[in-house]
Design a binder for this molecule. Structure first.
Ligand SMILES: Cc1ncc(COP(=O)(O)O)c(C=O)c1O
Length: 368
């Protein structure tokens, strides 16, 4: 029986379930490879800029931040090139904020929203918040982009993650353009992991006004704790998003830290290059040396199907390794609720030391 307070809530809110984020342990000592954070610290310029913002006993905190995060919009536009201007950019409190605003603008009870399955499990939660209709479009095990099925839905907006989560597979611009040619709605391309990919779709923006690209500073820039993300889109879309966002949706410290980090491209080129090399090395080890099926990743994680010592795979095998890791204070992510993901574990790319700890744990699990 719903309580009196529950029954005062809107029925669709009372009926919904919150998104379950990956575990965030508060004690130290974990090898934390479950939420795809950057294993390296952010640019020192970010912390310096935040400290400057806090100088004079925090005097600046008295004042509201720039409501549009305008300097950051200008910087993001300049960094992406292709003639983009601040009119093409909206900054959010993490890319999750931007995704939420996009659903607020384009999704609702009479405006279905599609997304592929499996993909980022926040999308259906954001749609449920708006009492919207979710239209999941399944992948098969090949994880090839189901263009026909995506084009055939009645969705007003479609959320597509590229590189995909949790598989790591990146879709090419040819595939994205083919989908845009067939799907008449807004295509939200969640490029949270694009800094680690061979290709991104920014070049398609000018010729495709229904394309929206979202980005995050939580992964490549090592700023998950700061909560900054953004989207690149046609100025009309940005105008719609500006109507429905919180007027001060990015706080003063986040704006300062993000600006400083994005201004330090050389620092991040080195980090991203290192993460890609580590990823590709361990991809080779998992597939070649261990013979585990692993999707070719263009992201900062590996999605692998563990094989036990008898050569068996499956949900119970994946759970056995997950539990073994957990007992050794190694956190990875399991996705037991979908048949295409239940036999797999997603391991964020860590430092060399962290990856060696993971490798030793796998040896111990196999008894070798
Ligand atoms: C596909 C995808 N989109 C968006 C996000 C959220 O990013 P942010 O931290 O910028 O909100 C994540 C975080 O894991 C993600 O995997």
């Amino acid at each position: 029986m719903p309580s009196e307070l529950q029954s005062l809530a809107l029925p669709h809110v009372a009926a919904m379930h919150a998104y379950t984020p990956g575990l965030q342990p508060t004690e130290s000592g974990w090898v934390k490879l479950n939420t795809n954070e950057c294993p390296y610290p952010p640019s020192p310029r970010a912390a310096a800029a935040i400290a400057a913002e806090l100088s004079d006993a925090g005097e600046k905190l008295r004042l509201y931040p720039n409501p549009k995060a305008a300097p950051l919009r200008q910087l993001v536009a300049r960094l992406h090139g292709h003639g983009l201007t601040e009119e093409n950019v909206l900054i959010g409190n993490g890319s999750d904020d931007v995704l939420n605003l996009l659903v607020r603008v384009f999704g609702g009870p009479d405006a279905p929203t599609s997304f592929t399955l499996p993909s980022y499990s926040l999308y259906p939660v954001l749609i449920a918040i708006q009492d919207g209709r979710s239209v999941p479009v399944p992948f098969d095990r090949s994880m090839k982009l189901p263009i026909d099925a995506l084009a055939a839905t009645p969705a007003r907006a479609c959320f597509l993650t590229s590189p995909n989560a949790p598989t790591g597979i990146g879709f090419s611009n040819t595939e994205i353009a083919a989908l845009l040619a067939r799907f008449p709605g807004v295509l939200v391309l969640d490029e949270t992991y694009a800094p680690f990919a061979r290709e991104n779709a920014v070049a398609l923006l000018n010729s495709h006004p229904r394309l929206v690209i979202t980005r995050s500073l939580s992964k490549a820039q090592g700023l998950a704790g700061l909560r900054v993300g953004y989207c690149l889109a046609n100025p009309e879309v940005i105008g719609l998003l500006d109507r429905v966002r919180d007027s001060y949706n990015v706080n003063r410290l986040s704006q300062a830290g993000a600006y400083a980090a994005l201004s330090d491209g050389g620092y991040y080129d080195a980090i991203i290059g290192k993460i890609i090399r580590t990823r590709d090395y361990w991809f080779g080890e998992l597939t070649g040396t261990r013979g585990w099926f692993t999707y070719e990743s263009q992201a900062n994680f590996l999605f692998t199907e563990p094989k036990n010592v008898r050569g068996e795979t499956g949900p119970a095998v994946a759970k056995s390794l997950y539990d073994f890791f957990f007992a050794r204070r190694i956190l990875v992510r399991a996705f037991p609720s979908h048949p295409l993901t239940a036999s797999f574990l997603r391991i964020s790319v860590g430092t060399d030391e962290e990856m060696l700890v993971v490798n030793e744990a796998i040896d111990a699990w196999l008894g070798v």
